[in-house]
Design a protein around this ligand. Structure first.
Ligand SMILES: NC(=O)C1=CN([C@@H]2O[C@H](COP(=O)(O)OP(=O)(O)OC[C@H]3O[C@@H](n4cnc5c(N)ncnc54)[C@H](OP(=O)(O)O)[C@@H]3O)[C@@H](O)[C@H]2O)C=CC1
Ligand SMILES: CC(=O)C(=O)O
Ligand SMILES: [Mg+2]
Length: 779
């Protein structure tokens, strides 16, 4: 639970509020200024004047949504007005950006009447790609949305109505499935007949709820036939409520809830008592969605009825049914196809995609984000979590497809594979970079097909990636992702039964995953003799060699050496030195390399930096430093990045006389002699290496003309510290560690690496294995 003080401090600290505007183009030089502003800016103006749709090419309209309110129903706090609603609207902006990379202007209008809001939105249409109406009270909100939908060419979506309906609809589908109740048979009571309540009622009918079984309540109780203030001649007659007037003996919420299967609260806090919950049918479903405080608290509902399926709008209990799971992704899909509206088909597609996603295995990164070991479809997990990156991919794609099929899309998606990759890029640079690597790894199957069409025998099977810690849960999950993504064929080492039991618990299908137990493997004696032959003069006896071959960390590199495996990924549960030692004893080094080394790839918003050595050589001599630089250059090229290498020190080009500086200079000269094709220089300080202006102005003679993208540190202390600081304080995303210098792909993970990190390293290993094979074939 958070305190009032924490909440206020969060909003107040630093730059007050939660949003700022950031330019998306450089504006550092006079030339930039001329392009961004006058005279350059006149060109896109002329183009848009000629061809209005070009506004989507030259401006931010395609990614800009207005979050509009008049503050007439701020959360469940009531009509606080526009000014006091601003934190909520900024909050919506944060969620749009965080979950779907959509930019937002929050607009709090001094417009107490519906016509005022309508007029303002009409005037603002040219600016925006879409309008998200927020916290506008019923019944005005219905009229405002209807009017705007009729007249504007951009999507208008009242979040409190449709966002809430979609998310709670998805939760309702899954909750009913869990308790084995049919939608058309459930007795459902909605408390709150405002924006959210009425929209939910309508949407549930679309999903299949029987209109006869649906009762709505407002502040005066059930909307029953005969209630005087609901009559058409009553001064407060409300046509939106009129659709839900039912013949009913129940006149109060308390009476309505007796025997009900489902309660949906979209009203105010604390209006449901434990007695009311006890009066409901078996396995009652309660969605108490009033914000910030629900109609009944999570603990109270559970205490009243242990068989309850309970959800609230809050993030601090299981089952958050909140429109945050909807609007970012629905708008993403709508904007990306330039939909002119968000229609029923798109809403249903979103609800179904959410309901389906909840039944898939939950990525471990999501479990970690919620501090949980495991999250599984069930009473406490009805719908996905907002921090689940798959929501962006699956819901957005479903919405974009439905928009095209229903005729709402002005620019339908042509290739959904490409679109999926574009969406992944929005999730972060590492996803983007790794998508390229994974695609390269996938090329293997295409190569196999090609080789069938040529004379060359098709020896290309999928890349076999050995995981010595095959009984580790994260490795099992990663193996399943590796199969799904087509990266290669994982081989899990360990006791078959143990792996099978864990896989079953994790719901991982082992059908396409090979298991290998060194204890029973037919090559064990052969490998022991081979290892003995390799290490006999280094004090290893045959008996010891046999014992080593019972250990998976020795068995895997031996199989790699023999070509039985194409790559090894290990280290998930071992100390780094224990995992790397067997590889160094067994696998030959790359040609011309005498030392293995480790590298991290760091991804910043606008650049990628490779850092080495970050994991292996504690005090490298000049030759080792040179080798680290050479290996790092090759690794950068594997990612299609042309290396610009700086060897770092505390001195710039001889400015300090010291043995440590001489050592770095010596390494630079060695690389020059061995690989004159490489752009490399040093010794230099880190700011010189990365700041083009310093390079140009003070060191114009440097072979580095642009900032370096490969940084070679003088020792492990500085390399390891620097990369960790860049991650922790510099906001970099790290991919690695990538082990370099071995002639075969062998990688050692950080202990407790996430599933994503394991999959990333496996993909890098698979690409390396392909390169090795292609080189062998062309030799
Ligand atoms: N979890 C989520 O994602 C979302 C939650 N909400 C929550 O739903 C609630 C309503 O929001 P919204 O529809 O936008 O607001 P509105 O102002 O449009 O509607 C409020 C409704 O609540 C009714 N109401 C007020 N007091 C009571 C009461 N004691 N018993 C029964 N009904 C009552 C009002 O009745 P009357 O018509 O008689 O005035 C009205 O119908 C808020 O708490 C909001 O936070 C809203 C959107 C999303
Ligand atoms: C979540 C939301 O939009 C509301 O409570 O109003
Ligand atoms: Mg709202």
């Amino acid at each position: 639970m958070i305190s009032r003080d924490e909440a206020l401090e969060y909003h107040r600290r630093g730059r007050p509020g939660k949003l700022e505007v950031t330019p998306s183009k450089p504006c550092l030089t006079q030339r930039d200024l001329a392009l961004a502003y006058s005279p350059g800016v006149a060109e896109p103006c002329r183009e848009i004047y000629q061809t209005p749709d070009d506004v989507y090419l030259y401006t931010g309209k395609s990614n800009l949504v207005a979050v509009v309110t008049n503050g007439s129903a701020v959360l469940g706090l009531g009509p606080l007005g526009p000014l006091a609603s601003k934190p909520v609207m900024e909050g919506k902006g944060v969620l749009f950006k965080r979950f779907a990379d959509i930019d937002v202007f929050d607009l709090e209008l001094n417009a107490p009447t519906a016509d005022g809001v309508i007029q303002a939105c009409r005037l603002l249409e040219p600016t925006f790609g879409g309008i998200n109406l927020e916290d506008i009270a019923a019944p005005d909100c219905f009229y405002i949305e209807e009017q705007l939908k009729e007249t504007l060419a951009i999507p208008v979506f009242h979040d409190d109505q449709h966002g809430t309906a979609i998310i709670s609809g998805a939760a309702l589908l899954n909750a009913c499935e869990l308790v084995g109740k049919e939608l058309d048979e459930i007795k459902l009571v909605i408390n709150g007949a405002g924006a959210a309540g009425i929209a939910c009622a309508k949407f549930y009918l679309t999903l299949g709820v029987n209109p006869k079984n649906l009762l709505l309540c407002d502040s005066k109780g059930v909307l029953y036939e005969g209630r005087q203030d609901l009559a058409p001649d009553h001064p407060r007659y409300n046509p939106y409520k009129a659709q839900f007037i039912r013949p009913s003996q129940a006149h109060t919420l308390e009476e309505a809830l007796v025997g009900a299967d489902v309660f949906c609260g979209l009203s105010i806090p604390n209006v449901v008592t434990p007695e009311m919950v006890r009066s409901m049918g078996n396995n009652p479903i309660i969605f108490a969605m009033a914000n910030p405080d629900p109609e009944i608290t999570y603990p109270d509902a559970l205490a009243a009825r242990p068989d309850v399926i309970m959800a609230t709008g809050r993030s601090d209990y299981p089952n958050q049914v909140n429109n945050v799971l909807g609007f970012p992704f629905i708008f993403r899909g709508a904007l990306d196809v330039r939909a002119h509206t968000i229609n029923e088909a798109m809403k249903i597609a979103a609800a179904q995609a959410l309901a389906a996603l909840a039944k898939e295995g939950v990525p471990e990164t999501v479990c970690r984000a919620y501090g949980m070991e495991k999250i599984e479809f069930g009473r406490e997990y009805l719908i996905p979590k907002p921090f689940d990156p798959r929501v962006l991919l699956q819901v957005t794609i479903a919405v974009a497809k439905a928009a095209a099929e229903s005729g709402a899309a002005r620019a339908p998606i042509q290739d959904f594979e490409v679109y999926r990759e574009q969406l992944e890029r929005r999730l972060g640079r590492s996803k983007e970079v790794m998508r390229q690597v994974i695609n390269k790894a996938k090329r293997r199957s295409q190569l196999a097909i090609q080789s069938l069409e040529t004379e060359k025998p098709a020896s290309l099977g999928p890349i076999r990636i050995a995981f010595p810690e095959g009984d580790d849960e994260r490795i099992i999950r990663a193996a399943s992702r590796i199969v799904e993504e087509g990266i290669g064929e994982p081989v899990l080492f360990g006791n078959f039964h143990e792996i099978q039991v864990k896989a079953k618990q994790l719901r991982v299908n082992l059908q396409q995953i090979e298991l290998l137990d060194p204890q029973t493997h037919p090559l064990r004696e052969d490998l022991a003799r081979q290892f003995f032959a390799m290490r006999a003069r280094r004090g290893v006896t045959l008996a010891e060699a046999r014992r080593h071959m019972l250990r998976r960390h020795y068995y895997a590199p031996m199989l790699l050496l023999r070509g039985e495996m194409d790559a090894v990924v290990c280290g998930e549960t071992y100390h780094y030195p224990d995992s790397i030692r067997p590889a160094l004893q067994i696998l030959p080094l790359d040609k011309g390399i005498r030392h293995a080394s480790g590298l991290y790839m760091l991804l910043f918003k606008n650049q990628i930096i490779f850092c080495a050595d970050t994991t292996v050589n504690i005090t490298p001599d000049a030759e080792t430093l040179a080798e680290i630089a050479l290996s790092a250059a090759d690794t950068a090229r594997r990612f299609d990045i042309e290396p610009r290498i700086a060897l770092l020190s505390f001195s710039n080009f001889g400015s300090v006389k010291h043995a440590l500086v001489d050592l770095v200079q010596e390494a630079v000269e060695m690389v020059h002699r061995r690989r004159p094709d490489l752009v490399i220089d040093g010794e230099m300080q880190a700011d010189t290496a990365t700041n083009e202006a310093i390079l140009h102005s003070t060191y114009p003679f440097s072979r580095l003309k642009e900032g370096a993208n490969v940084l070679i540190f003088p020792d492990l202390t500085s390399g390891n510290i620097a990369y960790k600081l860049l991650v922790e304080l510099g906001g970099a995303e790290a991919i690695g560690p990538i082990l370099m210098g071995l002639s075969k792909p062998y990688h050692v993970l950080q202990r407790d690496a996430s599933v994503d990190a394991i999959v990333n390293i496996a993909a890098i290993a698979a690409v390396q294995a392909q390169e090795i094979e292609l080189q062998a074939r062309s030799a």
